[in-house]
Ligand binder design. Structure first.
Ligand code: DCP
Ligand code: MG
Length: 543
């Protein structure tokens, strides 16, 4: 590759990583979490360049494919995977998973300037200072538990490829025997049973989502939740995840008031920055960063634009950079796709939560129309509705039929959509994604009556044989799904939207050689059973 082309590519990669919240630095320090080398750079050249004899523990060295895949899959994929290895790197046992503290940079959406000629390696910072390592491990089961919880909470969001049923790097989780954090937790427990380590997965617990007023950390939780919502609305997955982990931990520590930096930093998933924020909340009863975020007009505008259907963060930033400050500005001046235009026109409709009763009414209209097409096709309202939410962000509907495959259901979907348009129930189509293993249709629907808001409605066709796995996945919530998936992989299985599998065989380059053996896909309860998880009704799957 020509040097100038290489430089341009590298610059693009850097900008992309920054867009997703990474901070890029060009000098080595103990805040670095990842070193991303150009693909022709060898491990020893990196050591030479950095003037090190070895890469310090906790820092991942990867090729440029890693940041690309993180963005593609919407998660921090494991940098130790084969695909991301730099030529000549030490074996896995010599490395440690660096992802227990997600890279976090401030402020939201901040960009740092690039030098005109970046060096051949770049580093992403900051990395919270290493945590106190535990004393001697006392309990091997607890060790496995801690490794598993950590991975579940920090490194395993839903993988797009799993979602589509194709290969995924998350099938093979690393051994639960090696985490220092797990040893730390081990000393705080005496139980030794396998059942006990499983009980620490989110999916093993009954969650109601309610904040316990008795919890001494209620105020901290409340403020962190507000901050998390801001990051979430900006699709800042790394920070959202860090906050979610911290909140989840604080919710479960019902008896301990977390008030010092030492206490905070010892919590799973809490790094230096978050620990400082917890201390700030405890000592000042507020979080300055939250107040700035609430005040910062740029954040507000970005959030406004990013809330438009079909507008991603990159596009929203471009609108801000172009000087637009209102939806009207964009409508008048920007080039928009049709779904984006509808997204602006129906902005306030799509932002409103939909009362449960109304979701039901939409669901009933769909199922009545379906009966006139094929009596045997069933529709099920999924997502937050199935979990019993009192209001929902959208209406998620699965279409399925005993014994039917995707092709047959796809035809039903086409007829259904046409019929619902004719009845003036569907107001617009926004997107359609057709895959061999399922078809999704996005649009908007409206109940009859003057001034009724348009609601976001999604249809998904699911072959009859896969309904159990699809039920599990589309009931969520997303954290519960991650937890179940991780539990499956810990037990040598693989769970996705299509089923629970065992024995997925991989080649030496980790390419998937078979789909594995299907254990269960039709019966949701059996999936729980095979995983050794007590069945949890949908309303108790809120993590
Ligand atoms: N899902 C998931 N991971 C994602 C997105 C979705 O596991 N990243 C699953 C779990 C969700 C379900 O799909 O519950 C439906 O997705 P929604 O985005 O519609 O989420 P909810 O229905 O849970 O919430 P809302 O009321 O906001 O629509
Ligand atoms: Mg939903």
């Amino acid at each position: 590759m020509k040097p100038c082309l290489k430089r341009a590519e590298r610059k693009m990669r850097i900008e992309k990583a920054q867009e997703y919240g990474a901070t890029v630095v060009f000098t080595f320090s103990n805040t670095v979490t990842h070193i991303i080398a150009d693909k022709d750079i060898k491990y020893n050249e990196i050591l030479e360049f950095l003037q090190l004899t070895e890469i310090p523990e906790g820092i991942a060295v990867t090729n440029p494919r890693w940041p690309g895949d993180c963005i593609r899959y919407g998660k921090l994929v494991d940098p130790k995977d084969f695909w991301y290895q730099v030529p000549g790197c030490p074996t896995e046992s010599q490395q440690r998973n660096p992802l227990q503290d997600a890279p976090i940079s401030e402020p939201i959406g901040g960009h740092s300037s690039l030098p005109s000629s970046p060096p051949s390696s770049l580093q992403v910072q900051p990395r919270p200072p290493p945590k106190q390592q535990p004393e001697t491990p006392t309990n091997s089961q607890k060790d496995a538990l801690d490794e598993a919880i950590e991975e579940c909470l920090t490194t395993t969001p839903i993988n797009i490829e799993d979602f589509l049923g194709s290969s995924s790097s998350s099938d093979t989780e690393s051994s639960p025997e090696s985490s220092p954090k797990r040893r730390k937790k081990a000393s705080s427990s005496s139980s030794n049973s396998a059942r006990d380590w499983q009980s620490h997965f989110q999916c093993m617990h009954k969650h109601t989502g309610a904040l316990n007023p008795e919890n001494p950390n209620s105020r901290t939780i409340q403020i962190l939740e507000e901050m998390m919502q801001i990051y979430d609305s900006l699709k800042d997955q790394w920070r959202t995840r860090s906050y979610r982990i911290a909140i989840s931990t604080l919710k479960s520590s019902n008896t301990t008031y977390i008030s010092t930096y030492e206490q905070a930093i010892s919590l799973p998933g809490v790094g230096d920055r978050l620990a400082k924020k917890i201390v700030e909340i405890v000592s000042t009863d507020r979080l300055q960063r939250l107040e700035y975020a609430k005040l910062d007009p740029k954040d507000q505008i970005l959030k406004l634009f990013h809330g438009i259907y079909g507008v991603g963060l990159v596009q929203a930033r471009k609108f801000v950079a172009a000087g637009y400050t209102t939806l009207e500005d964009i409508k008048k001046n920007a080039t928009l796709t049709e779904p984006q235009r509808i997204g602006i026109e129906r902005y306030s409709d799509f932002k409103q939560r939909i009362p449960r009763e109304e979701v039901k009414q939409h669901g009933d209209i769909v199922s009545t129309a379906l009966k006139t097409i094929d009596e045997k096709v069933q529709s099920h309202v999924m997502g937050s509705y199935r979990r019993g939410a009192k209001d929902c962000g959208d209406i998620d509907i699965i279409l399925t039929k005993e014994g039917a495959g995707v092709e047959e259901l796809h035809e039903v979907l086409e007829k259904l959509v046409e019929k619902l348009f004719d009845r003036k129930f569907l107001m617009c189509g926004l997107a359609i994604a057709r895959h061999d293993d399922g078809t999704k249709w996005h649009g908007a629907s409206r109940l009859e009556g003057e001034g009724k808001p348009w609601r976001r409605i999604d249809f998904l066709v699911v072959p009859g044989e896969e309904i159990g796995a699809a039920f599990l996945y589309f009931t969520g919530n997303d954290v519960f799904n991650r937890s179940m998936r991780l539990l499956a992989s810990k037990k040598g299985m693989r769970l996705n939207q299509k089923g629970l599998y065992k024995d997925v065989v991989r080649g030496k380059n980790r390419e998937k050689l078979n789909e594995g053996t299907l254990l269960e896909s039709k019966d949701e309860k059996k999936i729980f059973e095979i995983l050794g998880v007590p069945y949890r009704p949908p309303e108790h799957r809120i993590c």
